[in-house]
Design a protein around this ligand. Structure first.
Ligand code: PLP
Length: 420
């Protein structure tokens, strides 16, 4: 299957499917790492769920059975999205952080001789602080540090591993500086010493193909609201790993994945939205594969390949614009190396306040993020104060080259007119 070249990406057709983009007019969404917009088909699925069967699951009447069916279908879809071994490995809940906490509490009860956990200084704090909280359970920690060029290399992980390593917790992609991590290499290294791998897939999810089987990891979390879906999260774990994991559950809940992980009621309508967001990607993929493949996973693969190619163009253009404005770019800044990143770019303008720039961009109708990006350890590594931090522009596949240029023009105009 050959993905379409980036310049053939159906950007107008994509944008037409997102009501928020239509309604926002000239406003430019460049804070997508904080949460993405939602296609009409996802909104429709949420509404349909609320109107047609907004009842509790597990009943014998039709509407309740429809909820059971909707959740089962969503498990199937999300399983395809990430290439799970089976749908029962997909657990739904509130968000990624609460799932990381849930898994960490289980792991904390089973440390024994293997009491070391590897964390990184590039991750979102949700995938660091949660693990560090296991100190009181006797956990010891090893820090896997990113390199000066903003990459996190599996070869630097190897010396940190030993038969005492219980788990490596790392991101698939930095939500702050956009670096992609080679999770398959991480899993190979971890498995060589019998350790498990917990992947934060939150930021990679909207940008590239997740394949937990090829990656060889043990757990993965994602947030639906970064994946063109409403606020919800999901956890994937190898069935046996989830089966072994101690979790809290009421006595009437079977000790079986996914039920043992999903205490209480979750937001069914948002899970229905997550299902629809996977189907949105499939439909996008069918535009590249044609209607005849008959493979939902094949369509997802095609969609994510096309998204990667298109987003590489967005990254290249954004890097050019930022350099023209004299920005200090944290992480991969070479246009020839954009394959190692997603279009999430962290920067500062020397001598300027990130907050003033974010305000000025807001005045220009452009939403960007300033501050510490929920990554205190990374801020420290970059020598940036927590109070001010940096700026981040984060794009997804509905952004356009034209928007990137408009942002570059607005930034240049602000810098010209505001002086020092
Ligand atoms: C990489 C990464 N991990 C974890 C989180 C936390 O996700 P949630 O809000 O679903 O708990 C975020 C949120 O921005 C994130 O970007």
């Amino acid at each position: 299957m050959t993905p379409m070249p980036a310049d053939a990406f159906p950007i107008d057709a994509v944008r037409a499917q997102f009501p928020a983009l239509q309604k926002a007019g000239e406003f430019i969404f460049l804070d997508n790492a904080g949460g993405a917009q939602i296609p009409q088909s996802v909104l429709d699925a949420v509404t349909r769920h609320l109107v047609d069967h907004n009842v509790q699951r597990g009943g014998r009447y039709d509407k309740s059975r429809a909820v059971d069916r909707a959740v089962a279908e969503a498990r199937e879809s999300v399983g395809l999205l990430i290439n799970a071994y089976r749908p029962a490995e997909i657990c739904f809940g509130m968000n990624a952080t609460s799932f990381i906490r849930l898994v960490s509490l289980g792991i904390g009860q089973t440390l024994g001789e293997r009491d070391e956990i590897v964390v990184t200084d590039m991750d979102h704090d949700a995938n660091i602080a949660t693990w560090l909280a296991l100190e009181s359970a006797g956990a010891k920690f090893a820090w896997w540090r990113m390199r000066e060029d903003g990459t996190l290399r599996a070869e630097d992980l190897v010396p940190l591993l030993s038969p005492r390593t219980r788990l490596v917790a790392c991101t698939a992609t930095a939500h702050s500086i956009g670096t992609i991590v080679d999770i398959a290499a991480v899993s190979r290294a971890a498995q060589a010493v019998g350790a498990e791998v917990f992947v934060d897939g939150v930021h990679y999810g909207p940008h590239g193909l997740i394949d937990v089987q090829a990656w060889g990891c043990d757990y993965l979390v994602c947030s639906g609201y970064k994946n063109f879906s409403p606020h919800m999260g999901f956890l994937w774990g190898r069935f046996d790993a989830l089966k072994r994991l101690p979790t809290f559950r009421e006595d009437f809940i079977p000790d079986e994945p996914p039920y043992k992980v999903e205490a209480g009621t979750f937001v069914y309508e948002n899970v229905a939205g997550m299902d629809a967001s996977v189907r949105y990607l499939e439909a996008l993929g069918r535009g590249f594969t044609g209607p005849s493949t008959g493979s939902r996973r094949g369509d997802i693969i095609a969609a994510m390949a096309a998204i990667r190619a298109y987003e590489a163009e967005l990254s290249r253009e954004m890097l050019r614009q930022l350099k023209a404005c004299g920005a200090t770019i944290y992480g991969i800044a070479d246009e020839a190396r954009v394959h190692g990143r997603v279009p999430t770019i962290c920067f500062n303008i020397p001598g300027r306040s990130p907050q003033a720039i974010a305000d000025a961009m807001s005045d220009a109708g452009i939403g960007i993020r300033d501050g510490h990006m929920y990554a205190p350890r990374l801020m420290q590594r970059l020598g940036l104060p927590m109070a001010t931090g940096a700026l981040r522009v984060s794009m997804v596949h509905y952004n356009t080259i034209g928007e990137v240029r408009r942002f570059g023009d607005a930034l240049a105009a602000y810098l010209r007119h505001s002086g020092r």
